[in-house]
Design a protein around this ligand. Sequence first.
Ligand code: ADE
Length: 337
Amino acid sequence: MTAAPHGERRSPGMRLDIVSIFPEYFSPLDVSLIGKARERGTLDVRVHQLRDWTHDVHKTVDDTPYGGGPGMVMKPEVWGEAIDAIIADGRAAGSPAADSPITGSPITGSPATGSPITGSPITGSPATGSPITGSPITGSPATGSPFAGGPEASATPRIIVPTPSGRPFTQEIAQELAAEPWLLFACGRYEGIDSRVMREYGARMRVDELSIGDYVLAGGEVAVLVMVEAIGRLLPGVLGNVHSAVDDSFAPGAMRNLLEGPVYTKPPVWRGHEVPEVLLSGHHGKIARWRRDEALRRTVANRPELAAAIDPETLDKHDRKLLDELAFRVGPEDMAN
Ligand code: ADE
């Protein structure tokens, strides 16, 4: 599978496991583009309750930090058990020898409860049952899930840990992740997850710590929702218009380092505000030029550091003239403006 949006191509599907102590956060994944992608089998999302892998009566997932300081740190043992079990399940489910590629895990929760959260316990997790009602991933009969792909028997997921200390999550990374068959998101809370978890799995598979912005959220759940939406809409067939991802702000290609300009629809005049005439002209060349001018203008105004990073080789004569008019120079010297 590639990141490029090809509406016509049959997708082998992407498996996406999310581990959190607040699975309820993920009910938005039942709706809209992502919900439809799940119904079609393009995306197989499984949300897991981390506490299912605890062994104490309080289902403890955190402890005080070594070295002192405020807050709590998520314990490595519970994360290790959770991730091991999910990997084992994904391998079993993806194995050609398995009865069904992916079993159970209804798209919108167990029919008995109507829970929007997809199944949680995996065989091998503690026999404490799941606080989230949902069908077990393994052991349930094949339910006719449209999901046709899935990890290979020997495969490992790419693990994503959302954290404000991570590398910035960008459109480029979204594209890269959209090409993966299997992602596992580990949502930290409190002061984060014991670092040895990332070290342990980082030695065996790709682990990325990613930040969605320079602010601190209460936990990784909302960041995962952001990432899943950004990744999911790039999967083949998810966007209605196969071309729309190409014109996105930040999209690799002509839009790299550019913000998308303004958009308009009918009526041509609304409360005295007119749609720019060129858009009504039907002249495709002029429209494309206008859109590029507007993208450049908007990027210089709103994100000068992005505009400064535009590769000068990608600028044509007209682009350069416009940037001159805006008194903007591409290159590091304008970064501070
Ligand atoms: N968890 C808390 N804040 C976050 C952020 N900015 N990005 C990703 N995960 C986070």
